[in-house]
Design a protein around this ligand. Structure first.
Ligand code: SF4
Ligand code: SF4
Length: 660
């Protein structure tokens, strides 16, 4: 049924032109980005796309997620009905009714039920925004964009109402089959009598309402945040397969630009990410910086990239310089303060339903600030100098590295004789508190008969903070020196108590052509206990109620969640207590991403936020698996006067069991 195919054809052409032009404008801007190879391992990419885009895995796990799941799948199902509507609007003789009834009737049945569920979900989504907004939905940013959200929701609701008006009128007139469309038939039963004389008018009005809502939606889609309907599915396909998402190597050459301070310094995938953001606010809600009042908000970083690209697109396409700065103040830019606030905890990437990579974009902007402009928080100047000059963050003489084991017999690593290199790490070698952890770990390894040795004073910083802070040049040199040293000494297996060393040696160093078997001490201790190779003299009981804190670089970045919990269970006889925000959703201690070496001047300190959460659980001991977490938790407890609560590394807890 098409009241006026010619008029409809004209409107369809206008709408399709707006759609195609809108899409072209945006996709051609994406092409301004730098190359990035995202077509490897198509099978894995396809599986992830099914899991995250079609299966909506990260959406359905959250409150109201089911609502979005239903709208998404309804959109796909109704795409068939709407395609038929558009085609039969031009050529009324072309219709799904030409299919055998055994196919056509189930399709009508499905469209009918799906339209009803979509209508309910849209009403529910409106009610949620109006009456039960989550914190991430009640920000000024979201409020400013709510009219657009309501416009889209209204268009969808209008489509559904028009659908029912059209088919109910058709059933009441007798040209459509009531048995196949129970919802429309129900409405028809109630319309037939009161609107008997106007059923044909109702059908015509409903048809045009449906047509206008559909064509309006099509024309508006590329201009709106609902562009993600088109981009989210491919974005999941093109998402990084690197686990964890480390930074790529730079090629250092004279005259080359490093990092990103123009929007076209980003890769095409970075730019595509910006058009895929659903603006759901999950990353903002998970971000420790945003959650403690810093100016960093990962959603705003992504939005700024999109706004910047749209504003600068014409100039960049014409080979001119961008007009709007990428790093700076105002709409379409990210401030330096926000860029330095990131702890690289990865919570934003872990939670994003469409697999946007927020954190690497922040590191790219840091790379530019450090390497092209030498602009960074002043505390970092000393940190960078110390690493360059002495190979550790404090600038302590390398000979001091071995002081942690004065009084203990420690062997140097010998190729062919020693199994594990114990990579002590800078904190483990120099920090007075962390040296106790190193001693505890060494005593555990000895008690279990593990063959281990160290590099002594030749060990250097792994470069984790350098890389996350964007000082790629010094990181590159550090990594090359370490790789050379490991190769010369024949190192294959490394155990370390620091998740930052663990992740950097295991994942980042792969880019330097070395494959090391790197194991975190929690994994080795858990294995030694489980296989009875490590026999404790007693069950550890005197540390009281243990609360376990996940390190971001161990858990979220490397999926090591079970090993530390299992080690604690085996050592104490029961699993540790958990934070409310634990495992994949754990809240950062505030020290990652080089934040360890900077002052925290904005908002609440992240470690205080985490320690307050800990104290609500009433622990006697907070158990950590990372030197940074240890410092942050102890500092937080001191500041909050956390009473008798103590902080222990997992190695210290287990080593308690070795005492008589
Ligand atoms: S990595 Fe962590 S701190 Fe950085 S933007 Fe993401 S959630 Fe925020
Ligand atoms: S970046 Fe991802 S998590 Fe953040 S608002 Fe956009 S879609 Fe949501």
């Amino acid at each position: 049924m098409s009241p006026n195919p010619k008029l409809f054809a004209a409107l369809l052409i206008l709408s399709a032109a707006a759609f195609v032009l809108g899409c072209y404008r945006r996709f051609s801007l994406v092409a301004l980005g730098q190359p990035d190879h995202r077509l490897d391992a198509p099978g894995i990419r396809m599986r992830r796309m099914l899991q995250f885009a079609f299966g909506q895995q990260r959406v359905i796990g959250k409150p109201f997620g089911l609502n979005h799941f239903v709208i998404f799948w309804s959109f796909l199902v109704l795409a068939v009905a709407n395609a038929e509507f558009l085609v039969s609007g031009l050529m009324p003789q072309v219709s799904l009714a030409a299919l055998p009834a055994s196919i056509h009737h189930p399709l009508l049945f499905l469209f009918d039920l799906v339209s009803l569920s979509t209508l309910f979900c849209v009403l529910f989504a409106c009610a949620r925004r109006l009456f039960f907004p989550e914190p991430s939905l009640s920000s000024d940013y979201v409020k400013a964009r709510s009219p657009e959200a309501f416009l889209i929701l209204s268009l969808i609701a209008l489509l559904m109402l028009a659908y029912f008006g059209l088919h109910a009128a058709g059933i009441a007139i007798g040209v459509e089959d009531a048995a196949a469309m129970p919802v429309s038939a129900f409405i028809a039963r109630h319309l037939a009598a009161p609107l008997a004389a106007d059923l044909a008018t109702l059908a015509t009005w409903s048809w045009w309402l449906h047509a206008l809502a559909l064509l309006g939606f099509l024309a508006y889609l590329p201009q709106s945040k609902h562009m993600h309907i088109l981009t989210a599915i491919p974005n999941c396909f093109f998402a990084s397969l690197d686990r964890p998402n480390t930074q790529p190597r730079e090629e250092f050459a004279r005259g080359k630009r490093f990092g990103a301070d123009r929007v076209d310094d980003f890769t095409w995938k970075d730019l595509f990410d910006s058009f895929s953001c659903t603006e759901c606010g999950r990353c903002q809600a998970a971000c420790p910086a945003a959650g403690t009042g810093k100016s960093l908000n990962p959603r705003s970083v992504i939005h700024a990239i999109k706004t910047n690209l749209l504003a600068n697109g014409a100039a960049l396409r014409g080979g001119k310089n961008p007009l709007l700065p990428l790093i700076g103040a105002g709409e379409g830019s990210s401030t330096e303060q926000s860029i330095w606030a990131c702890t690289t905890c990865g919570a934003c990437m872990r939670i994003c339903p469409v697999l946007i990579e927020q954190m690497p974009k922040i590191v790219k902007m840091r790379r530019h600030l450090v390497q092209m402009k030498a602009t960074f928080p002043e505390e970092l100047a000393t940190f960078f100098e110390n690493i360059e000059a002495r190979g550790n963050p404090w600038g302590i003489a390398p000979t001091e590295r071995t002081k942690w084991h004065s009084g203990m017999q420690v062997r140097p690593f010998q190729e062919g004789e020693t199994e594990y290199l114990l990579y002590v790490g800078c904190a483990g070698g120099f920090d007075a508190r962390q040296k106790q952890v190193t001693l505890a770990l060494a005593s555990i390894l000895d008690a279990a008969g593990v063959s281990w040795g160290t590099l002594g004073k030749d060990e250097k910083c792994c470069g984790d903070s350098l890389r996350r802070l964007g000082n790629e040049y010094v990181f590159d040199r550090t990594a090359q020196e370490n790789v050379r040293l490991f190769t010369e000494r024949g190192v294959r297996k490394i155990v370390t108590q620091c998740p930052h060393c663990f992740s950097t040696l295991k994942n980042d160093y792969r880019q330097y052509g070395i494959e090391l078997e790197v194991i975190h001490h929690s994994e080795l201790i858990s294995r030694l206990l489980a296989t009875n190779r490590l026999k404790l003299k007693k069950q550890v009981a005197d540390l009281g109620r243990l609360l376990f804190h996940d390190s971001c670089y161990l858990g979220r970045h490397n999926d090591v969640y079970a090993a530390p919990r299992e080690a604690l269970r085996l050592a104490t006889g029961k699993p540790p207590a958990e934070f409310t925000r634990n495992g994949k959703d754990a809240f950062c201690c505030g020290a990652g991403g080089g934040r360890m070496w900077q002052e925290e001047q904005q908002g609440e300190r992240i470690n205080l936020n985490r320690v307050k959460e800990a104290l609500r659980h009433g622990p006697d001991t907070i158990c950590v698996t990372c030197p940074f977490c240890l410092t942050m938790m102890e500092d937080g407890l001191k500041d909050l006067q956390g009473g008798a609560v103590r902080v222990r590394d997992l190695a210290e807890v287990v080593a308690e069991g070795l005492r008589p």
